[in-house]
Design a protein. Structure first.
Length: 550
């Protein structure tokens, strides 16, 4: 080591910089230490109790949940996050559709019809009383993808205005099993059904039908049949311009093959669309059907609190968790009809309260503003977070990150923590660093083709360019047998996911794992708070260009 003589002033500066950094370092420890398994347990227990009636939006369960969270935010010392209020109202519309029982298909060789529910399921996001396809032309548009970062445009040179597009589910990387195409078997947002409908609408198509296949969508057609035959929620976008198709839906593979045969084609056309440069084409078929629509307008609530940053109050770090669940519904075999949603997502919501206390109790108050956002209507389509992302209280270009919690670990401490959506943004590296500091490691999801990155609230932040991270419970249980983590997860998915039995059992849940993950989320927040640069999206991420435009 070289000795350098410094003037007295310079020494003083170094000393004060050190003490500031020391303070920040201590803050990480004392903030994290303020979180406790006891209060986490207490809050999960209350939010998941029968008194909260399954926390369904628009019900008494919502009123109780929102009141409780407000009270807890105030108790934790959070300031109101939306002007003078802890509430952000989320206006929504509930759309009920009744589709005609069949769809008439006119082809050069004769007419036939497809049977609703068995062959296809359709619905609409539009709120006008009736939607129809009136001999609308059908165009095959490959994957229906426009992805500049992958040099891919299924709509190039294709006129789909006023027509119905037929597209494949997932993306070319998955179906062609080519690692170098898109992200190989990791689903990109271009593979997700919501994207297909959005893009078709942007292209001016009147309708969009996705060809279902179980591998590509990762669920059987019955899931589509169950989810899309009734009432759906959306944001109330009256007065806003929004591109929407008139009719959207899914076809079974056999029904799609029937259409292709009527057009004198077969499934080789589908395989051809795996290749770059594929050109879609009109199938020479015309579709006719109708949907009756009725609507009810309703309001739900995001609960929002904040700690104003001491140095950069206009720069924001957001933690999210959805407070809602499924309410009271069909009883299970024991007669229980309250869907308590203990793991999904009383646990994440309670985690939000722990993090609020950690930042508040820390000896070094955050320099940037920390926002705690409990969002509504995740279960019905991620609507609370969508509303926030479209109507942000804090400018999105000054929002550094969203850290989302949807289900915390319940089976004890694990060596690993699992990142959903590998390689998206720098927050993954922040998590790795935080994990390493706790003697833990980052692992990645086992089924990247299922597109879980697009299935919880952080995704709405990604969609508007804000780097967002979402994790799930690790599987390597430290004090457990080999495979204990996997077994616990499988048991939950089979027996308790979206059932009345997703209940809190303080004797069986081991919350040290949840606390350990919360410590990592807190450390990521502290790193973001102290950082001199904003985190970014990685090359190849479909959200990079959106951020860079801002
Ligand atoms: Zn959830």
């Amino acid at each position: 080591m070289k000795k350098i003589l410094l003037p007295f002033g310079a020494l003083a500066m170094i000393a004060s910089a050190c003490s500031n950094n020391d303070k920040k370092a201590t803050a990480v420890d004392d903030g994290a230490a303020a979180m406790s398994a006891d209060s986490l347990s207490k809050n999960i227990g209350i939010l998941a109790s029968d008194d909260f009636m399954g926390r369904k939006p628009f019900t008494e369960g919502e009123t109780r949940t929102v009141e409780y969270l407000k009270e807890k935010y105030i108790g934790a010392g959070l300031e109101p996050g939306n002007g003078g209020s802890y509430i952000q109202e989320v206006p929504m519309v509930s759309i009920s559709t009744k589709a005609a029982p069949a769809m008439k298909v006119s082809s050069p060789t004769g007419d036939f019809s497809l049977k609703g529910f068995d062959d296809y399921v359709i619905w609409t996001d539009r709120t006008e009383a009736e939607q129809k396809l009136d001999a609308a032309d059908l165009v095959y548009a490959g994957y229906g993808v426009v992805a500049p970062e992958y040099n891919w445009n299924d709509y190039a040179g294709l006129d789909v205005k006023g027509k119905v597009v037929l597209v494949r589910v997932n993306d070319p990387g998955f179906h062609s099993k080519t690692a170098s195409l898109f992200k190989g078997d990791t689903m990109t947002y271009y593979g997700r059904w919501t994207y297909k409908f959005e893009e078709a609408a942007r292209q001016g198509a009147r309708g969009c039908l996705i060809i279902h296949d179980e591998a590509g969508s990762s669920y059987p057609f019955s899931v589509v049949q169950n989810n899309w035959n009734g009432t759906r929620l959306r944001l109330d976008n009256r007065g806003k311009t929004e591109a929407l198709c008139d009719v959207i839906g899914w076809l079974t593979t056999p029904a799609a093959n029937k259409l292709l045969a009527a057009a004198g084609k077969d499934s080789t056309l589908l395989a051809m669309s795996d290749k770059a440069g594929f050109k879609g084409e009109s199938l020479g078929l015309k579709l006719t059907t109708t949907i009756d629509v009725s609507t009810v307008y309703k309001k739900s609530t995001n609960v929002i609190g904040r700690i104003t940053g001491s140095k950069h109050p206009d720069e924001v770090i957001i933690y999210t968790a959805h407070w809602d669940h499924l309410g009271i519904g069909k009883p299970d075999e024991t007669g229980d009809s309250i869907y308590n949603g203990a793991l999904d997502n009383a646990s994440g919501t309670a985690g939000l309260l722990e993090l609020a206390r950690a930042f508040k109790k820390s000896s070094y108050p955050p320099e940037r503003t920390i926002v705690f956002l409990a969002v509504t209507a995740e279960e019905q389509g991620l609507w609370g977070s969508a509303y926030y992302a479209q109507n942000p209280v804090y400018p999105l270009d000054k929002t550094l990150a969203d850290i989302n919690m949807d289900g915390l670990p319940w089976y004890g401490k694990t060596k690993d923590i699992i990142v959903i959506g590998r390689g998206q943004n720098d927050l993954e590296d922040y998590l790795k660093e935080a994990a390493a500091s706790e003697g833990r490691v980052v692992a990645f999801e086992a089924k990247p083709q299922a597109g879980f990155y697009y299935r919880s609230d952080h995704f709405n932040f990604a969609k508007v360019g804000v780097p967002a991270i979402f994790t799930s419970a690790g599987t390597e249980v430290i004090d457990g047998a080999d495979g204990a983590g996997k077994a616990a997860e499988e048991e939950y998915n089979e027996k308790h996911y979206h059932r009345p039995s997703d209940q809190y059992n303080p004797a069986a849940w081991k919350l040290d794992g949840a606390l350990s993950d919360l410590t990592l989320f807190y450390k990521i927040g502290r790193k973001l708070d102290a950082a001199t640069t904003f985190p970014g999206w990685k090359t190849g991420s479909e959200f990079k260009a959106i951020r860079e435009k801002k």
